[in-house]
Design a protein around this ligand. Structure first.
Ligand code: 8ZB
Length: 484
């Protein structure tokens, strides 16, 4: 394995860049020096990093939707609507699935078909096909900062084009955009692809242009124990900073139990800073993103608003820097712009009402924080051991060994040996540990909590409990109780 967590050599970057920019015709429009000058010509109010830092300093939580359609004018119209009618603090550009798979010819067919039928035939905005100047038109016509959101194991060309196009934030990472999204891409490969992206961001930083990087926190979004997603988030943070990234937003997907969610979002930046410092990095700024519930939603829009509101409340009480918003159409698919805007406004109402409130530290909250810290450290310390101090090597070996194991992931590079289940208060615990490197005390805590639920429900904890939990929120509950 020639993978390392050292900063990529300039020669290696230049060699790959040649290749990457020739993957599609629009790649040839990328001129790095000119792009740096373009960024410097933009007002600070359009830069993601500055606005995040301002929100963090003020202790407020921003709201950001997801959104993307096939054609430029329609996409711009959608984003303007979410800015004006949705009151979005940050905007996204969600990239279509063909582009995520580097299938640009098929994305082009999607664009052509969308023009013919007069509606979007892609599930996002194919930014590679549209190219640098189309991206700049978006940025110029929008007031707030815009981020690229996708799900791409090899996102090098997409990064080159969108960053040259004026976007100031880029989601993803070598683990979080592989394991939940791909079946057959090795982690070693996707980490290398993402080292390129992080190095590119580092090069912008060195030229005085700040670009925010956000690993995708929720992973599969399906009952992921906080320590598992925190482990991955910290690793991806370390990998990013090692390539010169400075503005890092670490994410977590709502599980549904308020104390566990608040504990998770509070511990995340502290754990990341702890490991970054321990590994000798000092030049970074960490903010957080809380994802409203990423699992199955109720079809009933009124109930969906309830789920959205609960996510907004947890984000506000956890003092996340921003929250990624769901829409009342979540159970049906991609939302209309009206439904999307309604989800943001619902969220903003809650954020505004809670912005001056905070949860007091209690014994229960302290316990949740302690468990998350100990479990995350167990995972990260073993990962570093396996990598002999190198986090990139460690990550590959940790997945091989099942030391990191993401529930319900499609990737064959993920062990898939752990099973999560909720406890009687809805906190996500671990039912089957696989090879998670947890101490006996930690394991006993999980067993005891799940056993207590089993007693409440008069059944042995089993796979059925897990299934029931996966569908519970969609059916109007949190804990998947058997019908009584
Ligand atoms: C992993 C992210 C899944 C979420 C939303 C889904 C789901 C995907 C779009 C979108 C608005 C799009 N999502 N693509 N939302 N416009 N083009 O991402 O609905 O909530």
């Amino acid at each position: 394995m020639d993978l390392t967590n050292r900063m990529m050599e300039p020669e290696e970057f230049a060699r790959q860049r040649q290749e990457v920019l020739n993957q599609w015709a629009t790649g040839r429009d990328v001129d790095f020096e000119e792009a740096v000058a373009y960024h410097k010509s933009l007002p600070r109010s359009k830069n993601f990093t500055y606005k995040l830092a301002e929100g963090k300093a003020r202790g407020i939580t921003f709201a950001q939707p997801r959104a993307g359609v096939a054609l430029l004018n329609e996409h711009l119209e959608l984003l303007r609507f979410l800015e004006e009618e949705g009151e979005a603090d940050f905007l996204p550009t969600t990239i279509d699935s063909y582009t995520r798979q580097n299938r640009y010819a098929e994305a082009q067919t999607g664009i052509d078909e969308s023009r013919l039928v007069g509606r979007s035939m892609l599930n996002g905005f194919p930014a590679v096909n549209h190219g640098v100047s189309a991206c700049r038109r978006l940025i110029e016509h929008l007031k707030v900062p815009v981020q690229v959101r996708h799900g791409t194991p090899d996102a090098r060309l997409l990064a080159e084009i969108t960053l040259a196009g004026g976007f100031t934030a880029y989601e993803g990472g070598g683990i979080s955009y592989n394991i939940p999204y791909a079946k057959d891409v090795s982690i070693e490969k996707s980490i290398k692809y993402w080292q390129y992206v992080d190095r590119l961001v580092g090069m912008y930083e060195e030229k005085g242009v700040s670009i925010n990087r956000e690993p995708f926190g929720p992973l599969t979004g399906t009952l992921v124990p906080p320590s598992v997603s925190h482990g991955v988030a910290v690793i991806e943070g370390v990998l990013a900073v090692a390539q010169g990234v400075r503005s890092l937003t670490l994410g977590y997907g709502q599980c549904g139990n308020l104390l566990q969610d608040v504990a998770a979002i509070r511990t995340l930046p502290l754990l990341a800073a702890e490991y970054l410092n321990k590994l000798g990095y000092a030049d970074f700024d960490i903010t957080t993103v809380f994802h409203q519930w990423m699992g199955g939603f109720p079809q009933d829009e009124a109930k969906a608003y309830g789920v959205i509101s609960w996510g907004a409340a947890a984000a506000a009480l956890g003092k996340a820097t921003k929250v990624i918003v769901k829409s009342p159409h979540e159970a049906l698919g991609i939302p209309t712009k009206e439904a999307n805007a309604a989800g943001i406004r619902t969220t903003k109402q809650i954020l505004n009402m809670l912005k001056d409130q905070s949860l007091p530290m209690t014994e229960e909250l302290a316990l949740e924080e302690k468990m998350i810290r100990e479990e995350t450290r167990a995972i990260l310390d073993r990962t570093l051991d396996l990598g002999e101090g190198d986090m990139a090597v460690g990550a590959v070996r940790a997945f091989q060994a099942g030391v990191i194991d993401v529930p319900f992931a499609p990737s064959r590079y993920n062990g898939g040996r752990i099973l999560p289940a909720r406890d009687s208060q809805g906190a996500v615990r671990v039912l089957e540990f696989g090879n998670l490197p947890f101490s006996e005390e930690i394991k006993e805590f999980h067993r005891e909590r799940i056993a207590r639920r089993g007693r409440d429900e008069g059944r042995e904890p089993s796979f059925q409990m897990v299934i029931d939990d996966i569908y519970a929120i969609g059916k109007g509950m949190l804990v998947g109780r058997p019908r009584s």
